[in-house]
Write a protein that binds this ligand. Structure first.
Ligand SMILES: *Cc1c(COP(=O)(O)O)cnc(C)c1O
Length: 371
């Protein structure tokens, strides 16, 4: 079997090559390849409109908006966060000299459990950094109430939450700011890329300075900003992918429907709950394997699928709190995070993307049902 024959957990959304060539020609002609050129401005405007958010700033990946949001909000000391996420969530704290304080997650969704937050607050706490895991909205109301009671900032890592809505409203406007990732593995991609969503123009101005070394104009630098600008080439890719993302999400939805119908009743497998008030993006399809009733462990299933050329992923295993930079923190102990440990040890994300064929989906289902 060649790599081309394998079924991967995802496949990047790519526009027709001729369309991209045409845009590249325009960029070549203009001789403006980065530094907030016309494609960058166009993608920012299009995304604000598409995502129904007031202000957005493009970044060169999905990690740097996390770093910059913490800097822009002058977050200090300790930040309450989730261990059940991609490692970048905590790394952004590390790069700002902040201490992550891990709290446990909800057993059904894997999102931060709001009832665990208050016990983790100390006099050093200044912010909460939850993640809308698998694109499911966090309990933003409960988190917002706790934050305002204790005077804390809230930054959502929305790397999975592209275009997700609750009650007809974007969830990207919850909290003080929300970050997005446009990495190749995400629902919408610019190869590498990301963005920060904010609520007011003054914050957008400040963020725009911070992603360009802190330059306010040619001769003034207000803060030690970083370089995280998105270039014209990837902005053009984003403009084109935005024209196809609805179709890609619809195809993902169809895959999710087939999985749900076929796997919903399989003994020993649990799926995510469905929330009718949420318009999701079908970015991931996790199943949670209970070894005792399913018969084999998550890791055995993972390896057997690999032998069949089906590359599922254990998102998110190991927990962030078990990686070397974090495991000695008091909040990283297994006793503090029983639910996160249980989910991380049982989760497997199945292939879901716009290019899966009916035959591929059926073979995955058949294998999981009868293995
Ligand atoms: C992908 C991801 C990121 C980082 O995004 P990059 O664009 O890869 O830097 C951050 N948080 C979560 C939850 C992610 O899944």
């Amino acid at each position: 079997m060649t790599d081309r024959d394998k079924i991967y957990v995802t496949s990047p959304l790519l526009p027709p090559l001729e369309d991209f060539e045409q845009m590249l020609r325009q960029i070549w002609d203009s001789r403006w390849i980065t530094n907030m050129g016309s494609f960058h401005e166009r993608l920012e405007r299009s995304l604000a409109e598409y995502l129904k958010v007031p202000y957005i700033s493009l970044f060169t990946n999905g990690t740097l908006p996390l770093l910059t949001s913490l800097q822009a909000l002058e977050v200090k000391g300790e930040v309450i966060t989730t261990p059940f996420s991609f490692v970048a969530t905590s790394h952004a704290l590390w790069w700002n000299d902040l201490t992550p304080v891990f709290v446990d997650v909800d057993p059904l969704t894997g999102n931060m459990d709001p009832s665990k937050i208050e016990a983790a607050i100390t006099e050093k706490t200044t912010a909460i950094l939850p993640v809308h895991i698998y694109g499911q909205p966090c309990d933003t109301k409960a988190i917002g109430e706790i934050a305002s009671r204790h005077g804390l900032k809230v930054i959502y890592d929305g790397a999975h939450a592209f275009a997700v809505e609750k009650d007809g409203k974007s969830i990207l406007t919850e909290g003080d700011m929300t970050t997005l990732s446009f990495h190749a593995t995400k629902v919408f991609n610019t190869a590498e890329g990301g963005a920060l969503v904010m609520k007011d123009e003054a914050t957008k101005r400040q963020v725009d300075f911070l992603k360009n070394f802190g330059f306010e104009d040619e001769t003034h630098v207000s803060m030690p900003g970083i370089n995280s600008k998105m270039d014209e080439i990837r902005s053009a890719l984003g403009i084109l992918n935005l024209q196809h993302v609805d179709e890609a999400i619809a195809k993902r939805e169809a895959v999710a429907k087939l999985y749900r119908e076929a796997l919903g009743e399989v003994e020993g497998l649990r799926l995510l709950p469905i929330d009718d008030s949420v318009k999701t993006n079908y970015s991931y399809f996790p199943i949670f394997v209970d070894q005792a009733s399913y018969g084999i462990s998550r890791d055995e299933l993972y390896l057997k699928l690999r032998e069949e050329g089906i590359v599922a992923r254990r998102y998110f295993y190991p927990l962030i709190s078990s990686f070397a930079p974090y495991r000695d923190l008091p909040s990283a102990s297994k006793e503090n995070l029983p639910v996160a440990n249980m989910l991380s040890d049982s989760v497997l994300c199945l292939p879901i993307h716009h290019e899966l064929t009916q035959a591929q989906i059926e073979s995955i289902i058949k294998f999981i049902k009868y293995v």
